[in-house]
Design a binder for this molecule. Structure first.
Ligand SMILES: NC(=O)c1ccc[n+]([C@@H]2O[C@H](COP(=O)([O-])OP(=O)(O)OC[C@H]3O[C@@H](n4cnc5c(N)ncnc54)[C@H](O)[C@@H]3O)[C@@H](O)[C@H]2O)c1
Length: 256
């Protein structure tokens, strides 16, 4: 549908959840896929799904918070599949905690995984994109990067930083033919992060994501493919005139 045939896409956090949805959707659009994740078994499962759809796949065990490991991983992708045309920064963690109680190490870890990773991947893939005067970077942020919530200061701040980084980088590389955009998911089920969040909600006597679905204007929670379809669009030439955007995919839950 988006004519991505033969492009090489790297997806971080592609072992499960939204990342797996993005990897399999981009494969259906014709991309060869590198799945970069700490969860190597899950990354291999996603790779098998990609191969079943007729595309090449490479699973790599990489901690995206580690810049040297990311650089080595991208070099391996280059050697195996070719230079990266599309980089999707999706790996992240979440966590709750009031600011007054938050351990500095937990704050740092949130930024290392959610924010530093986006910088590391961009640094690793940009030289080839600049040399070829083209490429797409899609960063998965969150609607929590646009609005703060109690107990989510670290996560929200890490995602707000991803949005600001997206805008700055987009302006920097626009003259080089490279598009950089962000996607801000709302309440997406079928992911490990959501299962953990729902478990914490239940423990505190709070409603789960599905139980809050009536608050979403479109009347349902999101699925990984709701995000993946928008990523595929942003990775395509259909979105050639879009850069520096942070697109909400929330069923109308957040509109700014
Ligand atoms: N699920 C939601 O409702 C929701 C809402 C808004 C934003 N998001 C964002 O969407 C993205 C995907 O979320 P998800 O719900 O699919 O999460 P998930 O927990 O199901 O998947 C995250 C993946 O990232 C990997 N990962 C974590 N730390 C890593 C590290 N240091 N190095 C390499 N890989 C690492 C995990 O192993 C996992 O495979 C995240 O950026 C998240 O913040 C999710």
């Amino acid at each position: 549908m988006y004519h991505l045939d033969g492009r090489v896409a790297l997806v971080t956090g592609g072992a499960v959840g939204i990342g797996r949805g993005i990897a399999t959707r981009l494969a259906q659009e014709g991309c060869d896929i590198a799945i970069v994740d700490l969860d190597f078994a899950g990354a291999q499962e996603t790779a098998a799904m990609v191969q079943a759809s007729g595309r090449r796949a490479l699973a790599l065990a990489v901690d995206v918070a580690d810049g040297a490991a990311v650089a080595a991983g991208v070099a391996q992708v280059r050697a195996t599949l070719g230079p990266v045309d599309i980089a999707v920064n999706n790996a992240a963690i979440t966590g709750v905690g009031r600011v007054v109680d938050l351990e500095p190490a937990a704050w740092r870890r949130m930024f290392a995984i959610n924010t530093d990773s986006v910088f590391h991947v961009a640094q690793a893939v940009l030289p080839d994109m600049i040399a070829r005067r083209g490429g797409k970077i899609v960063n998965i942020a969150s609607w929590f990067g646009k609005i703060g919530k109690p107990s989510y200061a670290a996560y929200s701040a890490s995602k707000a930083a991803v949005i600001a980084f997206t805008q700055s980088l987009a302006a920097e590389v626009a003259p080089l033919g490279i598009n950089v955009n962000a996607v801000c998911p709302g309440s997406i089920v079928g992911t490990r992060m959501r299962e953990d969040a729902d478990r914490m909600s239940r423990e505190q006597g709070l409603p789960t994501a599905r139980e809050r679905a009536h608050l979403i204007p479109l009347g349902r929670v999101g699925e990984p493919d709701d995000i993946a379809r928008v990523v595929a669009f942003l990775a395509s030439d259909e979105a050639a005139y879009m850069t520096g955007q942070a697109i909400n995919v929330t069923g109308g839950l957040w509109m700014n």
